[in-house]
Design a protein around this ligand. Structure first.
Ligand SMILES: [Zn+2]
Length: 186
């Protein structure tokens, strides 16, 4: 693999997120944005959900379909990307439409956009770098495995759908687990 460029594109509130030690990190969480493109993901991440700290929802790294990698939050800050696991984890977001724009519609739960080969190549490279930099890293999980909450569908409140499905059934888990020295979190 040739050198991976990680473009620094920190969110304005990155410095307001809680600091942590590198030793606190033992888990990588894989997400997809369920949005059409990187610019839209940026817009969503800039929305403030925690007025006390002036911060919102975002991952640490974003990987576009062409393999471009951006760091939006430094790893030594706790980002809000997965309920209950933020303190110990790094969040990696892959640009992918997922269920966009009908996330919770009962008939739109399929995730049909394949992950681009360039995107997965960059992900594997980034994971290799993160494993080297964070000696405590042991586990990897998909967001869907860590948040299994079901909520009423937007089209029919009597039906339940998964609040989170990312990265979904098209994510190449086998390849990632074969290549990277991390174990599937359970
Ligand atoms: Zn997610």
């Amino acid at each position: 693999m040739t050198g991976l460029v990680i473009h620094q594109a920190h969110l304005p509130y990155a410095g307001q997120l809680d600091p942590r030690e590198a030793d606190d990190i033992d888990l990588v969480v894989i997400h997809c944005t369920e949005l059409p493109d990187l610019a839209t993901a940026r817009e969503f991440s800039l929305r403030i959900h925690y007025p006390e700290s002036g911060t919102g929802h975002c991952g640490h790294y974003y990987i576009d379909r062409d393999g471009r990698v951006e760091q939006w939050i430094p790893p030594d800050r706790v980002a809000h990307h997965v309920r209950g696991f933020n303190q110990r984890s790094l969040g990696i977001e892959l640009i992918n439409r997922g269920r966009y724009p009908h996330w919770l519609h009962s008939n739109r739960q399929a995730m049909t956009e394949n992950y681009a080969a360039e995107q997965i190549t960059s992900l594997l490279h980034l994971l290799t770098i993160l494993c080297r930099a964070n000696k405590g890293l042991r586990w990897i999980a998909g967001h869907e495995q860590l948040d299994r909450e079901k909520v009423p569908a937007t089209d029919n409140p009597h039906l339940q759908v998964c609040r989170k499905r990312d990265p979904g059934p098209l994510f190449p888990w086998e390849k990632v687990l074969r290549t990277i020295p991390l174990k599937a979190y359970r």
